[in-house]
Write a protein that binds this ligand. Structure first.
Ligand code: GDP
Length: 281
């Protein structure tokens, strides 16, 4: 008689250990891992085993499908208004995450989508950030609106948007201040900028190498400001990218793009299926 044709609790318990190890190795946050395993177990027990396929392999397949589903299944596009108003994209994140670089990468991506683009330099705490954005802007021929470091970021954004509207710019990307740690002042400022700009997108820029920390970071930004998605940077490193899963599971918002290098061209749309394979190793 043929062996297993339904996945049993026993099959699952054994295979779960391997899957758990893979997820933790990929730096998925432990709480996220446990929530995921519960979800997967519920789906797996009692599922039919395809003839000739080991239950363990079946479980990995189910896992892959579930991870893909959690990460949104399809590629999530960047907002694009069609009512003649500019699409406003705010970028937020911790210092060093790759926010300023991501602003320019996104600007180039929009140019390729035949949108007219402008960037606003609203990081007034790190003077070098404005110069960095200007240099990047110049390299891709995208204008950067800036008012130096003595003006309130809210005011800079308000004026920048006015200019963008006058010039009938399609997409305006706002580089906001980054901090080394999450702090209340930063959150308040970001909330203000979000409300002043009526942003269509608030994208959290997350360094994929932060691994476990990505969950906490996402929770703070999402609870306090509200995000519509994320850009996961530095995926050209050898991290398996578990942060992608944490970000998505915690915020319920999709990763929209990934950064795969320092150069402005190194931005790619995020594909959940590919990331699921990478995470499972
Ligand atoms: P910000 O402080 O968040 O604005 O971060 P920056 O944009 O200044 O980036 C910090 C550092 O990370 C810089 O050295 C960037 O060149 C680098 N960086 C940004 N994105 C990526 C990426 O996708 N891959 C790699 N390898 N480096 C990146």
């Amino acid at each position: 008689m043929r062996g297993v044709d339904k996945i049993t609790e026993k099959n699952v318990t054994g295979a779960m250990k391997d899957v758990k190890r893979a997820l933790l190795d990929a730096d998925v946050n432990l709480r996220v891992v446990n929530a995921l395993l519960k979800q997967i177990k519920a789906r797996a027990v009692g599922a039919d085993v395809t003839p000739g396929v080991e239950p363990g392999q079946m479980l990995v397949k189910i896992m892959h499908e579930e991870l893909t589903k959690i990460m949104g299944s399809n590629q999530a596009p960047l907002a694009n208004r069609t009512d003649g108003e500019p699409t406003v994209v705010l970028l937020a994140g911790l210092q060093g995450a790759g926010k300023t670089t991501a602003a320019a990468k996104l600007a180039l991506y929009c140019l390729k989508e035949e949108r007219s683009v402008m960037m606003i330099a609203a990081d007034v705490y790190r003077p070098a950030a404005i110069d960095q954005l200007k240099t990047l802007g110049k390299s891709i021929e995208v204008d950067v609106f800036q008012m130096g470091t003595d003006v309130n970021p809210r005011e800079i954004v308000r004026k920048g948007l006015q200019e963008g509207k006058t010039r009938k710019i399609n997409t305006i990307i706002v580089d906001t201040a980054g901090r080394q740690v999450i702090d209340a002042k930063l959150m308040k400022e970001l909330k203000d900028i979000k409300s002043v700009s009526k942003a269509d997108e608030t994208l959290l820029v997350v360094d994929a190498m932060t691994g476990q920390e990505a969950a906490t970071l996402t929770r703070s930004f999402n609870d306090e400001v509200g995000i519509t998605g994320a850009i996961l940077t530095k995926l050209d490193g050898d991290t398996r990218g578990g942060a992608a899963l944490s970000v998505q599971q915690v915020s319920g918002s999709p990763i929209k793009f990934i950064g795969v290098g320092e150069k402005v061209q190194k931005l790619e749309p995020f594909y959940p299926e590919r990331m699921a394979s990478r995470i499972l190793g």
